[in-house]
Design a protein around this ligand. Structure first.
Ligand SMILES: *[C@@H]1O[C@H](CO)[C@@H](O)[C@H](O)[C@H]1NC(C)=O
Ligand SMILES: *[C@@H]1O[C@H](CO)[C@@H](O)[C@H](O)[C@H]1NC(C)=O
Ligand SMILES: *[C@@H]1O[C@H](CO)[C@@H](O)[C@H](O)[C@H]1NC(C)=O
Ligand SMILES: *[C@@H]1O[C@H](CO)[C@@H](O)[C@H](O)[C@H]1NC(C)=O
Ligand SMILES: *[C@@H]1O[C@H](CO)[C@@H](O)[C@H](O)[C@H]1NC(C)=O
Length: 272
């Protein structure tokens, strides 16, 4: 081997070493540390979710964390679905700034959806379905402009559906069925304009006090009151008709009696 070969080999080694061992992102580390603190994992499904791994969760495209996917050394997907997780969703999740897909569905998570998720500006998929999440749907989610999927079905979310979510032009899946939401469905989501994908009643059903298109009108509270008024008016009309009929029959009968009497009288009276 010549001198130049040695130099070249050394240069290559330095170069290659620099690439995969790039320093872990401090934001990802903070995000994972806080998320791990806020979650409970009774069945120990989260393998390698330890402080040591949080400081270096990715090597290029390889992830050392169960449920995490890496892209260029950053966490870009978290899929922790169906792992019997308890606890809450940490607001520090927003420090995983390269996150594109966040799936915490089918667990037993409680507490609110942190409005801080608005800082996940690359987020395309949000699936928190089938948990016990409560509180409002944060209107700030409208700031995650790349959102394609918002799936929040089967939780205990309350309050109104924020009108601002209608601004998410890329939204192709929106499911808030089976929660405790109330108020009118914003037209910007219930009756989307132009070529925007539309969401049918299955996205909204199972919320006792939610109303408006595309939910069927009969199920709403306002209409059952109308129905009661209708029944009242209907029966009132019916009794009116009945009493009219009775009066008519009575008049007929008296008329006939009078005619008969008159007939009798005329029969008794001699003709002049
Ligand atoms: C846990 O981390 C080690 C290296 O730190 C790795 O070899 C192993 O595959 C990881 N396990 C999982 C489930 O990712
Ligand atoms: C990390 O998250 C916390 C809580 O949401 C927030 O206060 C902080 O600004 C975030 N840091 C960065 C760098 O995004
Ligand atoms: C969200 O996750 C559930 C299962 O955990 C899955 O059935 C559902 O299809 C997901 N939603 C979307 C829009 O992919
Ligand atoms: C939906 O919007 C269209 C036009 O934007 C309108 O003509 C239609 O009446 C609306 N439907 C409902 C149920 O509000
Ligand atoms: C409603 O939309 C969902 C998904 O967007 C679809 O699977 C379902 O068939 C639709 N239902 C009706 C009645 O159109």
């Amino acid at each position: 081997m010549g001198v130049w070969d040695h130099v070249l080999a050394a240069a290559l080694l330095t170069f290659c070493a620099a690439l995969p061992f790039s320093a872990a992102d401090p934001n990802d580390e903070r995000c994972l540390t806080h998320l791990s603190d806020s979650l409970q994992d009774p069945l120990k499904n989260l393998q390698n979710w330890t402080k040591v791994t949080f400081s270096n969760p990715c090597q290029g495209f390889t992830s050392y964390l169960q449920g995490a996917t890496c892209n260029n050394g950053r966490i870009y997907k978290l899929s922790l679905s169906n792992m019997d997780l308890k606890g809450t969703i940490s607001p520090y999740l927003s420090n995983c700034t390269n996150l594109q897909a966040l799936d915490l569905s089918s667990n037993a998570l409680t507490g609110p959806i942190p409005p801080e998720l608005q800082y996940l500006v690359n987020l395309a998929v949000l699936n928190f379905s089938s948990n016990h999440l409560s509180g409002p749907i944060p209107q700030q989610l409208a700031l995650c402009a790349y959102l394609n999927v918002i799936d929040l079905h089967d939780n205990q979310l309350s309050g109104a559906i924020p009108q601002q979510l209608g601004l998410l032009v890329r939204l192709s899946v929106f499911d808030v069925s089976n929660n405790k939401l109330s108020g009118p469905i914003p037209t910007t989501l219930g009756n989307r304009s132009g070529n925007l994908p539309r969401f049918n009643a299955s996205s909204y059903e199972g919320n006792k006090d939610l109303y408006g298109y595309p939910l069927p009108p009969m199920k709403s509270k306002g209409l059952s009151i109308l129905a009661i008024v209708g029944i009242g008016l209907g029966s009132g009309f019916l009794s009116l008709v009945l009493s009219f009929t009775a009066v008519c029959i009575w008049l007929r009968v008296t008329e006939q009696k009078v005619e008969n009497e008159e007939g009798k009288i005329s029969q008794l009276m001699p003709d002049y």
